[in-house]
Structure formats: C-alpha cells, structure tokens
Design a protein around this ligand. Structure first.
Ligand code: ADP
Ligand code: MG
Length: 230
C-alpha cells in the first residue's frame, strides 16, 4: 500500500536518512524501532509530506506522492500522529478532534466512533486541550488523525512520557483501528511494545535500515545488535 524507496533526507548539510527502503502492505502493521536520534521521526515526517526528501520515492496505492506537501497527502489517506501530540491548546477536545475531519476522506471514523474507542474522552469533550494529561492528549491526537479516515496511520512514539498503564490502554485501541481497515505504521523506542503490536519490525540505526523481520521470528539479540549497532 505504501512503499518508500531509497529515501535520503537532510537537514541542511546534515544527512539523517540514507537510502531507506520500507513498505507496508494493506492491513499490515509495521513497527520502526531505533534509538533516540536514529531518524524515526524524520522518516515519518517524510512519509507524511512534512519534509521533502533529497532523494527517493514515496508511493501510496500506486501513486507517486513524493512531490506532494502534507496537506495534499492527508486527503489521499496519510495521517501522522506527531511526537508530542501537537494539539491546539486554545481549543477544546472536541474542536481538536473535529479538525481531523477537515480535508479528510470519507470512511468509518466519525466522532461517535472515536468516543467509543476512547470513552474517557466523552466527559472531557468541552475541556481545553491545554488541561489534558499526557495520555488524554495522546488519545485526542490519535482520534483526530482517525477522523481523517486515513489509509495509513503513522504513530510517532505514542508511549513517550506516559505511564505503562496509560500506554497499555492506548495500545489496546490498535486492534479496533486495524480492524476498521486502517494500515498502521508505529514508531517506538520501546522494543517490547513494538514487537507485541506489529506484524513486522524494521530497525533504524543512524539513518539506515539495520534489520527487517517478522515480529514472530526476530530474536532479542538481533534487535539489540541492530538497535545499538554492537
Ligand atoms: N529540524 C531539524 N534540524 C536539524 N537536525 C534535526 C532536525 N530534526 C532532527 N534532526 C536531527 O536528525 C537526527 C534524527 O532525528 P529524529 O528523526 O528526530 O530521530 P528519532 O525520532 O529517531 O529520535 C538527529 O540527529 C536529530 O538531531
Ligand atoms: Mg522521534
């Protein structure tokens, strides 16, 4: 469904991604893991169109989207839940959620479905996003992206800074999302979480793909080697 070929990304003179190849089949869940600074967020931003690659191709459903900016990829079905959630603090929970529908696709995700997925948001619908806990904000960020009815949902470190129980609650929503027909690409630093949630894992080491394997076949040792480059 999505394929990324020979992707190079630079920030000015600093090259951060080197010839990255990645593909996700429809209905499959891929996890990209790697240490801090490996280039995971950069990869997701490039797929979402927030960054222009120096080289390489990004193809969604057979269509080359490499030259399209983020606001033109979103209507085609690529939605990014960015690291740090990026809600509008001056808006309420529901206003933040509704923004996801703007220029989105038609599909199964409506406001009521998002509230079913994250029932604790119902009581918070009129609360300012500035007053949410990290876990609540993360649920809103995921819900907002779902309201665009993406073909591909990109999740950047859902677990960052959250208590384990909150992380488990958020990850528990994933099977429903996948069941609704959304293909998911997760970025995680937490290897255990990534292996449990994804069909396949890909490890980034200093901007290069160091390992790619089905989650069920990968060994801890192989992941550790690819993760730390030892
Ligand atoms: N806007 C930016 N300008 C310059 N360098 C950046 C920028 N964003 C990230 N980097 C650098 O790119 C590398 C990869 O960053 P990032 O993609 O955020 O990694 P990860 O998400 O795996 O932690 C890091 O060395 C980081 O310092
Ligand atoms: Mg990151």
């Amino acid at each position: 469904m999505i394929s990324v070929t020979s992707l190079d990304v630079r920030y000015g003179d600093a090259q951060v991604l080197f010839g990255v190849d990645l593909s996700v089949a429809e209905g499959e869940t891929l996890a990209v893991i790697g240490a801090n600074g490996a280039g995971k967020s950069t990869l997701l931003k490039a797929i979402a169109g927030a960054l222009r690659p120096a080289r390489g191709r990004i193809v969604l459903d057979g269509r080359d989207v490499t030259g399209l900016p983020a606001h033109r990829r979103y209507p085609l079905g690529i939605a990014l839940v960015p690291e740090g959630r990026r809600l509008f603090p001056s808006l309420t929970v529901e206003e933040n959620l509704r923004l996801g529908s703007y220029r989105g696709r038609p599909g199964p995700w409506r406001l009521d479905r998002v509230y079913e997925l994250f029932p604790h948001l119902v009581a918070l619908r009129r609360r300012s996003a500035a007053l949410l806990s990290g876990g609540e904000a993360q649920a809103v960020a995921i819900g907002r992206a779902l309201l665009g009815n993406p073909r591909l949902l990109l999740l950047d470190e859902v677990s960052l800074g959250l208590a384990p129980i909150v992380v488990r609650q958020l990850y528990a929503a994933l099977p429903t999302v996948i069941g609704a027909g959304t293909t998911v690409l997760i970025v995680e630093q937490d290897v255990g979480l990534a292996l449990a949630a994804a069909d396949r894992v890909q490890c980034l080491l200093e901007g290069r793909v160091a390992l790619e394997a089905p989650s069920a076949e990968v060994t801890r040792e192989a992941v550790t080697r690819a993760y730390f480059g030892v």
